[in-house]
Design a protein around this ligand. Structure first.
Ligand SMILES: [Ca+2]
Ligand SMILES: [Ca+2]
Length: 412
């Protein structure tokens, strides 16, 4: 299901519109107040930043009616090079919720790579509680002459992000078993250090589109963000890298030149240099000279990888500073769904509550109580002809089942 984003990002001051209130640990100056991170607009002068040189702080919003939030989207500004733009963004953040603005509960802690301009990152956390205050605590390494902050944060809810409670305890073949959901594999990435000094060096081979003599192909693999490749002519380019040995490449980062950089791109893999498998195709949708990181859904090892610039941002060349490839390392394998044995003996009540059922208290709590005396109604008219006596009745409907332990009838 898609994420529902709450309509909080409409603030025009720290206290408007009513009843929203934004506040922060500190504010750089009147152009960088707390509310500017909840105003739906992006830098310049549309973001919150702490006091100069602070490396940590917090910003919070009060939204009055408690809501369920389990994802935030944090955005950087439109300024990529200036410290006030991407430079103020946090490398560590904690999301907290509160209903009194005093006592806060931690909902999630994250670390992030460095930010680039115009970037949006979503942070998902497992929260089932409603809150009316949301605080984002942030830290960074310190942007020269600036503090730490963020341009915009949106708050959302997605039911898919709610982790199911595992209450699957069953008795099967004299064993108490529970169901274990599928887990994803955990991947990390390790940079392949190439530091090429020619198109054929260190065991690597680079080929592709004809390059300008002063800006050869291997410049994108020389580990230097100041040296670039420039195609001789044309708005497309191919750069083919042959590795010394097969590797599972799972990520690449492209550092584009300031102009004529790739916009539409493809990343392909091959083991013979003839038949190519598409690993990813897409568009770099922002401008400027910064890194563009792409994760690849690649489960195989290949010896050839090809980056193709399928269109460029203008001009009749393709310029690229650097392409870094990263090898995938599987930290933890995926585990398929399965049943596991919890106990061969009758589980304890704690095990039942944790793994087999919800606590039904107070719904089914039992207590002994005494009703107020109730007068009965004379129903003697139901007696048939010739029958002698008196009949009294009273109907009690408590809308639920209960035991009658004793009953006392008094006749007055
Ligand atoms: Ca903003
Ligand atoms: Ca380079």
């Amino acid at each position: 299901m898609t994420t529902t984003w709450y309509n909080f990002n409409k603030m025009t001051s720290n206290t408007s519109p009513f009843p929203f209130v934004a506040s922060a640990s500190s504010e750089y100056n009147h152009e960088y107040e707390a509310w500017r991170s909840f105003n739906g607009a992006r830098h310049p002068y549309q973001q919150w930043v702490t006091n100069k040189n602070d490396t940590e702080g917090w910003n919070q919003i009060y939204v009055k009616d408690p809501v369920l939030v389990n994802v935030i989207k944090m955005c950087s500004g439109t300024d990529g090079t200036h410290a006030s733009g991407a430079g103020i963004m946090p490398q560590w953040l904690e999301i907290l919720g509160s209903n009194d603005g005093v006592s806060f509960e931690s909902l999630g802690v994250f670390t992030t790579p460095l930010w680039i301009k115009n970037q949006e990152r979503e942070f998902v956390f497992n929260n089932k509680k409603l809150f009316s205050y949301f605080r984002i605590s942030v830290k960074n390494a310190g942007a020269t002459g600036w503090g730490v902050g963020f341009d915009e944060v949106y708050f959302g809810f997605n039911p898919d992000y709610l982790k199911p409670e595992n209450k699957t305890l069953i008795l099967s073949n004299d064993e108490y078993k529970k169901f274990n959901y599928k887990t994803d594999e955990i991947l990390t990435y390790e940079k392949i250090v190439m530091n090429l000094t020619s198109n054929s060096s260190n065991g690597y081979e680079v080929s592709g589109t004809t390059a300008l003599t002063s800006a050869p192909l291997f410049h994108v693999f020389d580990g230097n963000n100041g040296t670039h490749f420039r195609s001789n002519s044309g708005t497309t380019a191919d750069i083919i890298l042959k590795l010394p040995t097969k590797k599972r490449i799972g990520k690449f980062i492209l550092t584009p030149y300031a102009s004529s950089y790739p916009v539409k791109y493809g990343l392909y893999a091959s083991n013979d240099g003839v038949i190519w498998t598409t690993l990813k195709e897409g568009n770099f949708n922002s401008t400027g000279t910064y890194e563009r990181e792409q994760i690849l859904d690649n489960k195989n090892q290949y010896i050839y990888y090809k980056f193709s610039a399928l269109s460029n941002s203008g001009g009749s060349y393709v310029y690229i500073y650097e392409i870094e490839f990263f090898k995938t390392i599987v930290e933890k394998n995926a585990i398929p769904a399965h049943w596991s044995t919890v106990s061969t003996a009758l589980p304890t009540s704690t095990q039942f509550l944790e793994q087999g059922m919800d606590n039904l208290s107070p719904l089914l709590d039992r207590k002994v109580t005494t009703f107020e005396p109730m007068p009965m109604i004379n129903k003697s008219e139901i007696l048939g002809v010739g029958e002698i006596g008196k009949v009294f009745s009273k109907t009690i409907d408590l809308k639920k089942y209960f035991d009658i332990r004793s009953m006392k009838v008094e006749v007055k």
